[in-house]
Design a protein around this ligand. Structure first.
Ligand code: M6R
Length: 364
């Protein structure tokens, strides 16, 4: 039931602090402040490469994980959308690990890719929300998300729960591969435990984002920009907006904008920039200046430090709490979900059942 919420999607966005905490609880051992995975007889310290396959929003969770596995665990990652992966005859070394991410556990393209990998001698790990699904049954290593049933066609809480599991997995791989000390692990666990509070801080901007939605709703096209692990969030923001408001939106890596999409910029194209402060923030600031110089309107989503560094001149800003890079994508998912949701409400579209879309895509 929706309770006091207008839509399932809205309810599911607001459930995130609870379900992310629920999910993290099964991957964190509080006694010794360590990250723990379910038992399985495959030595994760020995893998040389991981192949990640998924569709839609679940694929974007995988893209974030690619940044994490490479940065924190120094583990090479190959990633693709399932519909492409299967038919490009990918090179799968014997003894490799293949990781599938899915809310439903029934997506036809992902399931077919899983079976293909199994036939080619890969160990199968799945991050899945429905524990009785085909993917859960066919996995060697089941990494469940505990998001509870997701009714809204646009995925929200399943995504942040997937990210929570993938963050724990990244930390676990980093420890196993000798790239993270016990002290760093304990420190990270402390921060993971704080994630629900950070999600609540992000949700507190709901009214502000609802007001901002009136500025975005008249647009025909919207660009989302992000860099590094926030680039997949830009893709996710654009997908959410397309799915439920039917506004054309595209996500781009901030640095790619000058290689083409900048030609689209004028005063009618809002540009949503997702950029926590950090070493590369000044590059993002110059990307924003390029947009503004062409009359473009920037909505900047950053932390206090980033907003201060960016200075004046944005159409609007949303302040996120400052968090560890393994938590930031979960936190930044909230404003992009809320923005898509409120824009759809302004436009009066069917938020929970958008046209042409099904919750679970069980055909190829
Ligand atoms: O159940 P799955 O996670 O495998 O579904 C994958 C996609 O179909 C799904 O994420 C889709 O893109 C959503 N509508 C996104 O909001």
């Amino acid at each position: 039931e929706k309770g006091h919420f207008r839509h399932f999607m809205q309810k599911e966005i607001f459930e995130q602090p609870t379900v992310v905490a629920q999910t993290l609880r099964s991957y964190i051992r509080r006694v010794d402040q360590s990250v723990a995975l379910p038992q399985f007889d495959f030595d994760l310290s020995q893998i040389r490469r991981v192949t990640i396959v998924a569709c839609g929003t679940s694929y974007y969770a995988g893209l974030v994980a690619k940044y994490w596995f490479e940065q924190f665990a120094r583990l090479p990652v190959d990633i693709d959308v399932a519909s492409e992966f299967r038919y490009r005859d990918p090179v799968l070394e014997p003894g490799g690990l293949a990781l599938f991410i899915s809310q439903s556990g029934e997506t036809a393209d992902t399931l077919a890719a899983l079976r293909h990998c199994k036939e080619h001698g890969q160990t199968i790990a799945v991050v899945v929300n429905v524990p009785t699904s085909s993917m859960a049954r066919e996995a060697d290593l089941l990494l469940p998300t505990h998001a509870g049933p997701e009714i809204g066609v646009a995925s929200t809480k399943a995504f942040t729960c997937q990210l929570a599991v993938l963050a724990a997995l990244a930390a676990h791989l980093a420890v196993k591969r000798g790239r993270m000390s016990r002290e760093e692990e304990r420190d990270l666990v402390d921060q993971l435990v704080e994630t629900p509070a950070a999600l609540n801080a992000a949700l507190a901007h709901d009214d502000e984002i609802a007001a901002m939605a009136h500025l975005i709703a008249p647009a025909r096209d919207v660009l989302y920009l992000g860099r590094g692990q926030d680039y997949p969030l830009a893709l996710e923001g654009a997908l959410k907006l397309k799915e439920i408001s039917y506004i054309h939106a595209e996500g781009y890596a901030s640095g790619e904008m000058k290689h083409g999409p900048i030609a689209l910029i004028d005063e009618a194209v809002p540009v949503i920039v997702l950029a926590p402060s950090g070493p590369l923030f000044e590059k993002t600031v110059s990307n924003m200046q390029e947009v503004r110089a062409r009359g473009g309107k920037v909505v900047l989503i950053s932390d206090a430090e980033g907003l201060a560094e960016a200075g004046e001149g944005c159409l609007a800003t949303i302040e996120m709490p400052k968090v560890h890079p393994l938590i930031a994508p979960l936190v930044y998912a909230v404003p992009v979900q809320l923005l898509a949701y409120h824009v759809a409400c302004v436009k009066g579209t069917d938020v929970d059942q958008p046209r042409n879309l099904a919750k679970s895509v069980t055909v190829e």
